[in-house]
Design a protein around this ligand. Structure first.
Ligand code: ADP
Ligand code: 5GP
Length: 190
C-alpha cells in the first residue's frame, strides 16, 4: 500500500487545534482528516463520519477486542476516543497525508509508533486562563464536563516539550500561517 505521512496536532481541549486543523484542510489539498471513533455525545453541528464516528460504548469495546485501533483512550470519564487503523489506511490509499486532532497522550503514542513519518505538533495557548476563557466561550460543555477538561488541561500543558514542535496560538491568523509553513516544510522533506 502507498503510505503517506502523519501530521499530529495535539493540545489540551480549548487550545485551538480543531480550528487550526480545519484551516489546514482548506489550504493544503494533500491532507485528509483522520476521523476518530468516539462514545461521547454528538454536539449540535457535528456530522457522523465527518467530525467523528459516533458509536456506542459497546461497539467501541468490541472494536478494542478486535484490535481495530492504532491507539485509543478514555479521554474523559466514560468518553472513549480512538484512531482506527482502517481510517489511516483508507486515506493513504487515496494518496493523502493524514492529519490528526488528538489528545496529548494519543498524539505521543502515534509519534512513537510512526517515528520520522510523523510530525507531532503541540498547540500552545497563551496561558491556562486564556484556555479556560476559550473553553467557556465555545459553550459546548456542561459545567461538570468543563471542570474535567480544565483539570486535565493543567496537566497536559506540561507535555509540550515532548513534541517535535510547539505552535503558539495567541493570534489565530498568525498561528494558522505558521501551521501552514510547518506542514508544507514537513511534506516537502524526503
Ligand atoms: P480544541 O480543538 O483544541 O479543543 P477549538 O479549536 O475548539 O479547540 O477552539 C476552542 C475555542 O477557542 C473555539 O471557540 C475557537 O473558536 C476559539 N479559538 C481558537 N483559537 C483562538 C485564538 N487564537 N484566539 C481566540 N479564540 C480562539
Ligand atoms: P472533543 O470531545 O472536544 O471533540 O475532544 C476531546 C479530546 O479528545 C480532544 O483533546 C481531542 O483531540 C481528543 N481526541 C479526539 N480524537 C481522538 C483519538 O482518536 N484519540 C485520542 N487519544 N484522543 C482523541
Amino acid at each position: 500500500m502507498q503510505e503517506g505521512k502523519l501530521l499530529i496536532f495535539s493540545a489540551p481541549s480549548g487550545a485551538g487545534k480543531t480550528t487550526i486543523v480545519h484551516h489546514l484542510l482548506k489550504k493544503i489539498p494533500q491532507l485528509a482528516f483522520s476521523v476518530s471513533a468516539t462514545t461521547r455525545e454528538k454536539r449540535g453541528n457535528e456530522i457522523h463520519g465527518k467530525d467523528y464516528y459516533f458509536i456506542t460504548k459497546e461497539e467501541f469495546l468490541h472494536r478494542i477486542a478486535q484490535k481495530e485501533f492504532v491507539e485509543f483512550e478514555e479521554v474523559y470519564t466514560d468518553n472513549f476516543y480512538g484512531t482506527l487503523r482502517s481510517e489511516i489506511e483508507r486515506l493513504w490509499a487515496e494518496g493523502k497525508h493524514v492529519i490528526f486532532d488528538i489528545d496529548v497522550e494519543g498524539g505521543l503514542h502515534l509519534k512513537k509508533k510512526f517515528g520520522d513519518r510523523a510530525l507531532a505538533v503541540f498547540v500552545q495557548p497563551p496561558s491556562l486562563e486564556v484556555l479556560i476563557q476559550r473553553l467557556r466561550g465555545r459553550a459546548t460543555d456542561s459545567e461538570e464536563k468543563l471542570n474535567e477538561r480544565i483539570s486535565k488541561a493543567e496537566k497536559e500543558l506540561a507535555y509540550a516539550n515532548k513534541f517535535d514542535t510547539i505552535l503558539p496560538n495567541h493570534d489565530l491568523e498568525t498561528a494558522c500561517a505558521n501551521a501552514e509553513n510547518l506542514v508544507s516544510g514537513f511534506l516537502a522533506k524526503k
